[in-house]
Design a protein around this ligand. Sequence first.
Ligand code: AMP
Ligand code: MG
Length: 487
Amino acid sequence: MLTFEHDYKTLPAPLWAACQPTPVDTPALIAFNRALAGTLGATDIPDDATLAQWFSGNTLPPGADPVALGYAGHQFGNFVPQLGDGRALLLGEVMDAHGQRRDIQLKGSGRTPFSRGGDGRSPLGPVLREYLVSEFMAAIGVPTTRALAAVASGEQIRRQLPEPGAVFTRVASSHVRVGTFQFAAAGGNEETLKALADYVIQRHYPEAAQAEDPYLALLDAVVARQAALIARWMSLGFIHGVMNTDNTSVAGETIDYGPCAFMEQFDPRKVFSSIDQGGRYAFENQPATAQWNLARFAETLLPLMNAEGDELIAQATDAIRRFSDVFAIEQCRLHADKLGLAAQSEQAHDLMQGLEIQMHQGGMDMTATFDALTQYAASPTNERYAALLALTAHPEELATWLKAWHVVAVAGRENERLDAMRRANPIIIPRNHRVQEAITAAYDGDFAPFNTLLEVVTHPYDDSTQARRLAAPATSSEQVLRTFCGT
Ligand code: AMP
Ligand code: MG
């Protein structure tokens, strides 16, 4: 069905280990992403029973040759020299419709040489969460890994309580993480490190190969992609939850959706993950965290770079500092889009800061606020004005902000800017309580809420009664305050 290649296996062996999946009891297909499969060149898609066999790892799709990848990582600031795919297997790569090499990976397919104490399995809940959220991200154009398949294993796995197991099939530009470079660097073999860096340049940043110092160019390019990515997250209220260096893709995609969640009421200090007790990965800390992770990446590249001594350190430091510049430019562009301002508007920053204060102090739901503002920009009726004011506990202050905004907003007059505003402000995000509702129903064997939510969040600009119902913020009794990574 897919034409597998095995380019990663040309890298030195410590970076991967051959490993077979462990079969599951009674695999049953939950979801298969036919549209994505099409872009991966899939032909002759078999029946659901065969897909369930293949994407649980019970029998492998023709041409697959699974390997577990080695990586290290800073987890909540502590360096762990060996993590690796403890419950995931790379089946191989396929070339997509754009000629880009994409990894196909099973997650939850059993123990590997990197499993340490773990069972190599994944509970159903995190599989459904990753499916929903990653496909939403793809639908709004945020760089992300994709969901190809979800298969129920028919087995119970042991967590705090027994839970149904599942296997997730993920598609990524690659699974090379900052932690992969840390793993190669910690191994102490410079040839392995150089092979990895050259591989990443060739696969993701071919233009860097032409630079005077390809490894400095690689650092620059990865910094730029991460900065653009985090700016997108911030513009949507996305909180990743586990921004460890092993969960930071050098290709600049959102990866590892564990305890992620979207913020509802705007709060810069917001944290959902049960394991992030110090708030290290709180919403407002995400840009600085990404920059910190990139500094760890830079450290691994130092031995490969041309310069030496103080000059080397100065170059790497400058590259890391450029994160802030790229981030600021991206953020300014996104703010102008979200607020319906002229493209390069100098007011974007101040107006957004003002609105963030309103959202925070007035307890406003972030997605609902930007949706209502977009509606109002498109057609400034009294009704829509009232709908905006109804979102805040301090309507008079919001009215003052709206006056200032009204003077500079152009989306009401310029169709192209209104389109940009609409694209920046989806009607729906995968709200925590809706994701949880879909998971709870699935645990009772009912996948209808999952399928409905998936349909709606993958069309995040389509207005319908169904979309409006699922887009509504949680009431205080519906709110889900904590998320779990399910490892
Ligand atoms: P994560 O929290 O999913 O990013 O995983 C962090 C590390 O723990 C990675 O090396 C995973 O492969 C490993 N891991 C997580 N869950 C399991 C599991 N159930 N069995 C084996 N390894 C696991
Ligand atoms: Mg991870």
